[in-house]
Design a binder for this molecule. Structure first.
Ligand SMILES: [Zn+2]
Length: 281
């Protein structure tokens, strides 16, 4: 009986050795290649974005060696998770009294968590745009709103088109969304603003964050002239101060368009053609 056990042990360890031997043969050449590459250089790693996260694409980044391509770290996030994480970051890190603008693509539901973040940052206004059943929507969550009603019920996800009028939320439908729309709205900054102006609801207000860019292209005035019912609000930073420039609906930009300049500094536009530039404290 004892001998039989030893015999089985021997067979098992023999099989294990064989498996390791086969494994080594399969694995070794790769090790050798890496070791060889390692001889010639010290790996220099940098992050590379293979796919930029957005409402339409997953985020995929790798940290790899610029010389031999060896991957040290990976960062992957589904677009759904990216959208939520990005929204969280935007709200939590927003400047005081800021308007956070986010394009949600095909996602038209919000999780309870968003109302928790907005309650913590009650000075922030959130404006989201999205597509729902082929129609462009813009939903505005105004600063100072009380969302305790949403946080106390059992509902976890809220369809945004249906939130209109609740807790001061304004959900407006805009134009029909073309088949090329997702590509258009993922464009950043000014290009995205032009698309939002084109798709805006009747008499709607469109918001955009320009970051540290405090100039506008003449194209903005042309787009606004074509959609005379739309108000555009651009928020930006200039020399450490936060500003908000409002291009009101119904304004006549002929005077500015006739000047022939391609770019305008927004601070200098205050008072011209009804444009208002304010400091946001
Ligand atoms: Zn390397």
């Amino acid at each position: 009986m004892k001998n039989k056990k030893v015999f089985i042990k021997k067979i098992l360890s023999g099989m294990l050795c064989a498996a390791i031997a086969i494994g080594s043969v399969l694995v070794l050449p790769q090790f050798e290649l890496k070791a060889e590459a390692g001889k010639n250089h010290k790996c220099s790693y940098s992050w590379k974005t293979l796919s930029k996260g957005s409402a339409y694409s997953d985020l995929y980044e790798i940290q790899s060696c610029d010389i031999c391509g060896e991957i040290r770290m990976r960062n992957y996030m589904r677009s759904e998770d990216f959208v939520k994480e990005n929204l969280k970051k935007q709200i939590k890190e927003a400047r005081k009294d800021w308007v956070v603008v986010s394009d949600l693509g095909f996602y038209h539901t919000l999780h309870d968590d968003v109302f928790v973040w907005l309650t913590e940052r009650y000075d922030v206004t959130l404006v989201v745009t999205y597509e729902y059943e082929g129609t462009y929507y813009q939903t505005t969550f105004p600063a100072g709103a009380d969302y305790s009603e949403f946080l106390q019920d059992d509902v976890k996800f809220y369809g945004m088109p249906g939130l209109n009028g609740k807790c001061g939320i304004i959900s407006e439908a805009g134009g029909k969304v073309g088949s090329d729309f997702p590509e258009v709205v993922t464009l950043e900054g000014a290009e995205a603003l032009y698309s939002h102006i084109k798709m805006a609801p009747q008499q709607g207000t469109v918001y955009s964050s320009y970051g540290d860019n405090h100039t506008i292209n003449k194209t903005l005035l042309t787009e606004l002239s074509a959609r005379n019912d739309v108000t555009a609000v651009v928020i930006y930073e200039y020399e450490g101060m936060n500003y908000k420039t409002t291009f009101p609906a119904g304004a006549d930009y002929t005077e500015l368009l006739n000047e022939g300049a391609q770019f305008y500094g927004m601070l200098g536009l205050n008072g011209r053609c009804g444009i208002v530039t304010e400091i946001v404290y």
